[in-house]
Design a protein around this ligand. Structure first.
Ligand code: BG6
Ligand code: MG
Length: 211
């Protein structure tokens, strides 16, 4: 194996809780029921698809495309306010040291995130320089479980898909990795998903994957 491609939210940083809080604020304002179980369905999927999942429980009059765009913008503003408070301390030493050690061992490292805020987040936590390539919500047309974001990451790195590990916390991300022909490593929520090739309990276990 030559490379690691990392999901961001829920793997490198715990911004998934901020996504939840920002969508929760919107849902509460609209009188829509929303909880953490529904939130798990939003992991890895795009902003627009997340809105549609939340609106499954909306019972009011039909919403125009303009109104939906306004709702997404409002959610993103709340989310970015929450991100604004992030600092390098929001990345654990375990994550930072593991990334550095994988690099030392000669692996190429890429980000593979559906988020359009990925670079902003990596800048806040001072981790932009840790990756050889960034594939994110700004360079894809289809989000996970479509493999596009990971295939682009491999292409940016100049590596073959079958020589890449993908590290993911989302079921949609594991499915995307498998469709891309990559090795899927599940952490967090995805460690309980049958489709993963390998499961890890903590980030540092990436250093012993090939033992
Ligand atoms: C993914 C998250 O990383 O990015 C999803 O897991 C989110 O929950 C998606 O919907 C899009 O994020 P953003 O920042 O572009 O709204
Ligand atoms: Mg994730």
């Amino acid at each position: 194996m030559k490379a690691f491609i990392f999901d961001l939210d829920g793997v490198i940083v715990f911004t998934d809780k901020f996504h939840y809080l920002a969508w929760k604020k919107m849902a509460d304002e609209m009188g829509i029921y929303f909880d953490e179980t529904i939130n798990n369905r939003l992991r890895g999927v795009s902003r627009a698809e997340s809105l549609e999942i939340i609106l499954e429980r909306y019972e009011g009059p039909a919403l125009s495309q303009e109104k939906k765009a306004e709702l997404m913008e409002g959610k993103n503003n709340t989310y970015k306010e929450l991100l604004g408070g992030m600092t390098p301390d929001d990345v654990t030493d375990e994550v930072r040291n593991t990334l550095a050690e994988l690099h030392n061992r000669g692996y190429k490292l890429a980000l593979g995130s559906s988020s359009k805020n990925a670079k902003f987040i990596l800048e806040k936590v001072e981790l932009l320089g840790a990756f050889d390539a960034i594939s994110d919500g700004t360079n894809i047309t289809k989000s996970k479980p479509d493999p596009e974001v990971f295939l682009k990451a491999a292409e940016f790195l100049g590596e073959k898909p079958e020589e890449c590990y993908v590290v993911e916390d989302a079921y949609a991300g594991i499915d995307a990795a498998k469709s891309a022909g990559m090795q899927a490593v599940g952490i967090g929520d995805a460690a309980g998903y049958g489709a993963t090739d390998k499961k890890i309990k903590s980030f540092g276990e990436l250093l012993t994957l090939e033992e």
